[in-house]
Design a protein around this ligand. Structure first.
Ligand SMILES: C[S@@+](CC[C@H](N)C(=O)[O-])C[C@H]1O[C@@H](n2cnc3c(N)ncnc32)[C@H](O)[C@@H]1O
Length: 283
């Protein structure tokens, strides 16, 4: 593991306190249509689920509500504080189904083997070096039952975004929104650095927060993320002892490559959702 690398800040989530208060209210998180997919696969497979980088429980809580026990692993105390706060509002039988593990997804030892391990919503892209990606996949391999499944959702990289200078401009893709305490928030997004050799694009999520007294603050969450191409994903999984079973380009399980063209502009060229099973000991 290369914990000293400048890219290793857990995607910025461990160093940005405001994320605890804002994450669940972000239109991009609130309206994301991946929850049913993850809940359904958890119900189908049965047994306990491990969600890596589970954050504030956007998926873990609905999974527990559906009757499935789930371990929510994350490194950010801010995201886990948001999870604990939400769990306190759930009925006891739901909150008791969620086990929280404060740990690094590159290296963890929970002493349990799971039927299903998931890494939703691009969290795997916070691992910006190959050694870290492999360490994570090998930790998954150790924690997965022999007939278990691993589900990883990353973006299908947008080639126009990678090469275009335009993505350095601040854009505001979401409408202004309010936090429960009355503060209003505008989020802007820009890329601040592109390391095309290491496939790492650093983005800034810029929050313009208007406090109740009218004062405005500008808070910046910097996220380095590695983009991963489809074949690279398959090779990585093979090196860690997994075989790819299916790759989808959306949460309706459309086979990858059906619709999306490489020319699609925007933050990503759609989803890449990989379902893998164990095939061998790790290389
Ligand atoms: C986009 S959020 C996803 C949260 C949740 N899975 C969801 O779908 O809403 C990314 C999460 O990855 C976590 N994270 C980043 N690097 C991590 C690491 N090395 N180990 C554990 N968690 C990590 C962050 O703390 C953050 O909660």
């Amino acid at each position: 593991m290369s914990a000293e690398s400048p890219h290793h800040h857990a995607g910025g989530y461990a160093d940005f306190p405001f994320v605890q208060y804002v994450y669940d209210h972000l239109p991009a998180a609130k309206h994301r249509r991946d929850v049913d997919f993850h809940v359904e696969i958890a119900k189908q497979i049965g047994g306990e689920v491990l969600e890596l980088a589970a954050g504030s429980g956007r998926i873990a809580i609905p999974t527990a509500r559906a009757g499935v026990p789930i371990t929510a692993l994350d490194l950010s105390t801010y995201m886990l504080a948001a999870l604990q706060e939400s769990l306190a509002r759930e009925p006891k039988e739901v909150s008791e189904r969620v086990r929280i593990a404060e740990a690094d997804m590159r290296q963890f030892d929970l002493g349990v083997r799971y039927q299903l391990i998931t890494i939703p919503f691009y969290s795997f892209q916070h691992l910006t070096e190959t050694d870290d990606q492999l360490a994570c996949l090998r930790s998954c391999h150790r924690h997965l039952a022999d007939d278990g499944r691993l589900v990883i959702n990353v973006t299908n990289p947008s080639l126009p975004r990678i090469v275009s200078g335009k993505s350095f401009d601040e854009i505001q893709p979401e409408p202004e929104f309010k936090l429960p305490d009355g503060r209003s928030v505008i989020r802007k997004i820009r890329d601040s650095k592109k390391d095309l050799v290491n496939q790492v694009i650093t983005s800034e999520f810029i929050y313009l927060v208007t406090n109740l007294d009218g004062n405005q603050e500008r808070l910046v969450h910097e996220l380095p993320m590695r983009y991963i191409f489809r074949n690279e994903m398959e090779h990585l999984l093979a090196r860690a002892g997994f075989a790819v079973e299916a790759i989808y380009e959306d949460f309706q399980k459309t086979p990858f490559g059906t619709r999306h063209s490489i020319n699609e502009a925007g933050w990503s060229a759609g989803e890449m959702i990989v379902v893998a099973k164990k095939c061998a000991a790790t290389a």
